[in-house]
Design a protein around this ligand. Sequence first.
Ligand code: SF4
Ligand code: SF4
Ligand code: SF4
Length: 301
Amino acid sequence: MKEITEQIQTIAARLFEEGKIDIFIAWEQGELDFQTKAYVARSKEDAKNLVFNEYAIYNTANMLLKFRDGHERIGIAVKGCDSRGIVRLLEDLQIKRERLYIVGIPCPGLKDPLAAARNYGGFNRQTEPDSLAGKCLECIQPNPVICDEIIGPEQSPRQQGDRFARVKEMEQMTPDERYDFWEKTLSTCIRCYACRQVCVACDCRTCIFDEMKPQWVGRESSTTDNMMYHLVKHAHMAGRCIECGECERVCPVNIPLMLLNQKLIKDVGAFYGGPEAGLQYVEGAKPPLSVYRIDDPDSFL
Ligand code: SF4
Ligand code: SF4
Ligand code: SF4
């Protein structure tokens, strides 16, 4: 990881020196144990603060939303999952390709800083080393799908066995059993919206859950309103979720959000085919549920 850090610093410094970028987005060491945060370098000198380490799991593509209305030329370091986030933003017309210089990192698999803080913080410290983050153990795309420059050799996908096994188990349940499962599970949601904030596919400028006039969904964390939140959030993910696993990773109450996302990925693949969201960038291409034709056979149009 040290070599990757050095290479990111060197590339960022070079891009600043050549006048090709105004900012460079990657990660920095945080103040807390296990914390590695997103970082925006604004000069060649700042490039010395960039790091890549075992906790650099945050999806850097999400940071681009903060700059979508500006004119900065942006250098950005991406892992496989982050690069799929960039494709998401390009397809959603949130950022222009010509504003980006993408430095790809074939990802060796990372650890979850939140899990590490839980395991090793406080009085109840574990002595066993923590393993890779759950999302990294199931990673299908460690290598960047879009980049201008790449650091290091390709990595192999880590996901093994039937990727949709958990979803298929759920599909075996009766509708009542499924409803009970989700009602019980989602009743623990505290509506902190961490899963929304960390999601690169949640790129609406005004989120329906923040609107007050009209207020579409109640603000309480009641089971009914929680279920409505998740229904709407995940309906908006259909054909768009890039499976970065960040939503599930940051959930403070361990709601298995990827079960919902993977069900959508499986069904969208079965109904519409084509490459999964964010796996390839074709200029002008749109995800399946983001296009309509005036002669669409469905009468609601
Ligand atoms: S999901 Fe894949 S690309 Fe993303 S951090 Fe984990 S191993 Fe790396
Ligand atoms: S991160 Fe978890 S608790 Fe917070 S809103 Fe999302 S599902 Fe609910
Ligand atoms: S819904 Fe979750 S897995 Fe999908 S893009 Fe958003 S954060 Fe990533």
